[in-house]
Design a protein around this ligand. Structure first.
Ligand SMILES: Cc1cc2nc3c(=O)[nH]c(=O)nc-3n(C[C@H](O)[C@H](O)[C@H](O)COP(=O)(O)OP(=O)(O)OC[C@H]3O[C@@H](n4cnc5c(N)ncnc54)[C@H](O)[C@@H]3O)c2cc1C
Length: 440
């Protein structure tokens, strides 16, 4: 494989950054990242840093900085939102011993910032900010892409390999599906939206109960009918990160292009109006005008992620509900596997590149789509209203006191964790590349 091929990556989110870094680490010398935004304006929110993500970031040399300010989670507490009554407490301390990395939580800026710093240390990665991919003019024999600088005229870039890491509203995905005469990705309305909140320690300091929350190494999930709140401390416990899920009322009637909106504080307080007083005090600390609500959308599985020398990465091909905390982790797994398969590609011909990208798809598509479905199923279980299904679920929570059965909150279940954290996608790609390539 000629490592001087021109590789164009669309999007500098978690998937695009990790892909650029993974390829640079494999010795590719012409990696270009095009990003619509003028810089990496990071969303102010926390993120769970699961061991399958940490393992890859460590191999890419960017874990140490993230690790320094992330918080190690020792337990998760799942509680009824209305009474703050604990349904189950699950030990996560075993995770490090079992999977080599603890379960951690951190700030998105720390994750994206470390990936970006890692990329900047690689002279073979070039960033083009304020530049959007407008369209893909042609995919075959080589991708030809129309770039539009924010204040300039469009121009065409020809690439040897094109990787679309342009997120849930991916232009490159739309272009590929059009090219192969497949219908555009079917947006599945999840009927869910999320508030994302970060409270500073000082804002909570006057309230001993709230202070206790930020001081504990615990991920807390408060659940109720059709709603939940998940919260944990980040940034060396200087910030308490709160993320919610609730019925989508504000976007439902809105245009499908809208994904975030300034929310109303009173609507947010009303949504969790029957949750316990402590939670209401916590939500009331959010300054007026600082309430941001996110529409949670997903797509049905795509017919393919690959066409010619083009492949999709991350949310562009497997957007997910956040209830398993694996969206960015899966984008980073995509990136790591792309690094392995392109490194192993036997020559630089479009046919071999296409086959290598299809090996990537073989290794990744089922796994990512399984986790998307599992995240949706977790939401359904957590959001049950009164009735027999909820009673069954709560019996399962109760059985955990005697260390029996599966944890109904799937991300905290040891078997689910084994499937997610125990999977070393790079090792699997190394081991299976030849066999899969030969079969295509
Ligand atoms: C409430 C919530 C909580 C979450 N919690 C977690 C968690 O705890 N753990 C976890 O692993 N994941 C979590 N996720 C999921 C995670 O945030 C996403 O899956 C992840 O950020 C996807 O990364 P990406 O790079 O694929 O896409 P994005 O981050 O969307 O990046 C796409 C990039 O492409 C750029 N772009 C778009 N179009 C173009 C274009 N035409 N030309 C050039 N650039 C373009 C965009 O500006 C953007 O920078 C959560 C998500 C939500 C909504």
């Amino acid at each position: 494989m000629d490592k001087n091929l021109r590789i164009v990556i669309v999007g500098a989110g978690m998937g695009g950054l990790a892909t650029a870094l993974a390829l640079a680490k494999k010795g590719f010398t012409q990696i270009e990242v095009y990003e619509t935004a003028s810089n990496l304006g990071f969303v102010g929110a926390g993120i769970q840093l699961a061991p399958n993500m940490a393992r890859i970031l460590d191999r890419l040399g960017v874990w140490a900085d993230i690790d320094r300010e992330a918080v190690v989670v020792s337990e998760t507490s799942i509680r009824q939102g209305d009474e703050d009554k604990e349904l189950a407490r699950v030990d996560l301390g075993y995770v490090k011993k079992q999977y080599g990395y603890p379960h951690m939580v951190g700030h998105r800026a720390s994750l994206a910032g470390s990936l970006y710093e890692g990329c900047k240390n690689e002279p073979n990665i070039k960033f083009y900010f304020s530049t959007s991919v407008e369209d893909v003019e042609s995919f075959l024999p080589k991708p030809s892409i129309i770039m539009k600088p924010r204040n300039g005229e469009p121009y065409t870039v020809k690439a040897d390999i094109l990787l679309g890491a342009d997120g849930i509203k991916s232009n490159t995905r739309t272009a590929m599906l059009k090219e192969i005469n497949a219908p555009d990705a079917k947006v599945l309305d999840t009927d869910q939206a999320a508030y994302r909140i970060m409270l500073r320690r000082e804002e909570m300091a006057h309230d001993p109960e709230l202070l206790q929350l930020i001081d504990r190494d615990v991920v807390t999930r408060w659940i109720g009918e059709k709603r939940h709140i998940i919260a944990y401390p980040v940034s060396n416990k200087t910030i308490y990160n709160i993320s919610t899920a609730q019925p989508d009322k504000n976007f439902a009637a809105g245009p499908s292009a809208t994904y975030t909106t300034k929310g109303s504080k009173s609507a947010m307080l009303g949504t969790f109006g029957d949750f316990c007083p402590m939670i209401k005090r916590m939500l009331d600390l959010v300054p007026d005008g600082d309430v941001c609500e996110w529409k949670l959308r997903v797509h049905s599985p795509l017919p393919t992620w690959v066409h010619g020398s083009f492949a999709l990465v991350g949310d562009a091909c497997h957007p997910t509900l956040p209830h398993l905390a694996q969206g960015a982790a899966q984008a980073i797994e995509d990136a790591a596997v792309l690094g392995v398969v392109l490194d192993k590609c036997p020559d630089s011909g479009p046919e071999s590149i296409n086959k290598s990208l299809r090996v990537y798809q073989e290794l990744r598509k089922d796994r990512a789509e399984t986790l998307v479905e599992l995240a949706a199923a977790n939401g359904r279980d957590l959001h049950l209203g009164a009735g027999s299904a909820k009673e069954e679920r709560d019996k399962k929570f109760a059985a955990l006191k005697d260390k029996q059965g599966a944890v109904p909150d799937k991300w905290a279940d040891a078997d689910v964790q084994k499937m997610i954290y125990g999977h070393d996608c790079m090792k699997e790609a190394e081991e299976q590349y030849q066999g899969l390539f030969a079969k295509l």
